[in-house]
Design a protein around this ligand. Structure first.
Ligand code: URA
Length: 188
């Protein structure tokens, strides 16, 4: 895995957990800039992502894209990945074993991209990246600093916002904080 392309090829051949049996495609991620200042991390591919082989291209992704556009994010600002790269059947939460089998791929991506900001989309991402017991309703919107590495901002998963429109304002405000930091810290 000396190069990004080598990493992608290795990822596509992965058989480290049983999700490989039911996947259509491995969803490595989505983004045009492999040195993007921001990395969004979701839970795992859904049906549409599995079909297309790209991250957040279904309904939740459309909401995320709309919010990012409204806040004047540019495509080069961000890269999007997930805790697991293969769709859990029926969109269930990935098991601990599946997440642990997949996390080395995500760690490679974080080391390669070196984002200044990581946004955890939802509790699955927050629990694997921040803390096992993380409560998204309590902790969202508050920055967690990892000096010398990155800052982490947990927020709602866009699917949760679709299910409960009452979460829309908080979600939007959280993304706005990210946009403000990109500008204030001249990350772009
Ligand atoms: N939900 C996720 O967590 N990730 C995707 O890529 C799509 C939906």
């Amino acid at each position: 895995m000396d190069t990004w392309d080598g990493f992608v090829e290795a990822c596509k051949r992965c058989r480290n957990c049983s999700l490989c049996e039911t996947r259509t495609n491995v969803v490595v991620g989505r983004g045009t800039n492999l040195k993007a200042p921001v990395m969004f991390i979701g839970e795992g591919p859904g049906e549409q992502e599995d079909i297309e082989g790209s991250a957040f291209v279904g309904r939740a992704g459309k909401l995320l894209d709309l919010a990012l556009e409204a806040l004047m994010f540019e495509p080069g600002h961000y890269y999007i990945a997930n805790i697991v790269k293969c769709r859990p059947p029926g969109n269930r939460v990935p098991s601990e074993a599946e997440a642990q089998a997949c996390l080395p791929w995500l760690r490679y991506q974080v080391k390669y991209i070196k984002p200044s900001i990581i946004v955890c989309l939802g509790s699955t991402a927050a629990r694997h990246i921040i803390d096992k017991g993380f409560k998204i309703t309590q902790g969202r919107g508050t920055w967690i600093e990892m000096p010398g590495y990155f800052s982490i901002l947990p927020t709602y998963h866009p699917s949760a916002v679709l299910r409960d429109p009452g979460k829309k304002m908080d979600f939007f405000q959280d993304l706005k904080q990210v946009r403000t930091r990109i500008q204030a810290q001249d990350l772009w």
